[in-house]
Design a protein around this ligand. Structure first.
Ligand SMILES: [Zn+2]
Length: 167
């Protein structure tokens, strides 16, 4: 299932927020969420083995990702980074967005109970999705490079999870 654009007005105006000024990826646990989130909630309550949230990080010089995965699948992030490396540079900082990172992979989210706000990933995790990936393409590169990097990452993730589930 593909949800191509979860913030259509933000996309058109090239801003992060929706028309009401809400940062949608901070509001997945609020009592009365925005319409865009109300659209996504029931979809994420279905059974999925893998959810991938595709992002851009305008400040990043390289690709990186957040992973929340079941035991045994920890290597998926590493495999994605190894694949994306053929397309663009990787953000190898030891800290990214305030979190500890290792060669482009941030393990998390979470204990959603301890998060003041939930991103989409936390909501999916709470609703039983086994593997949740948030992929961050480097905003300093062209749209073509970012798309190719995300495609390489998606391919690697699906291959990895298919292998795992077929064992
Ligand atoms: Zn992001």
């Amino acid at each position: 299932m593909l949800l191509p654009c979860l913030n259509p007005c933000g996309y058109e105006q090239d801003v992060r927020e929706n028309p009401d000024g809400k940062d949608l990826n901070r509001e997945f646990n609020v009592p009365h969420p925005a319409a865009e989130i109300c659209f996504v909630h029931p979809i994420l309550q279905q059974h999925f083995d893998l959810v991938i949230d595709l992002h851009d990080d305008r400040d990043s010089h390289g690709y990186y990702l957040y992973q929340s995965v079941d035991a045994g699948a920890e290597a998926v992030g590493r495999q994605i980074v190894d694949r994306v490396r053929n397309v663009t540079s990787i953000n190898v900082n030891s800290e990214i967005e305030g979190g500890a990172a290792g060669r482009g992979v941030i393990d998390g989210p979470c204990n959603p109970d301890r998060l003041a706000w939930w991103p989409l990933a936390a909501y999916a995790q709470i609703h039983g999705v086994k593997r949740v990936l948030t992929l961050e393409a480097p905003g300093r590169h062209s749209i073509e490079v970012r798309v190719q990097a995300h495609l390489a990452a998606i391919e690697a993730a699906i291959e990895y999870c298919t292998r795992l589930d077929c064992k």
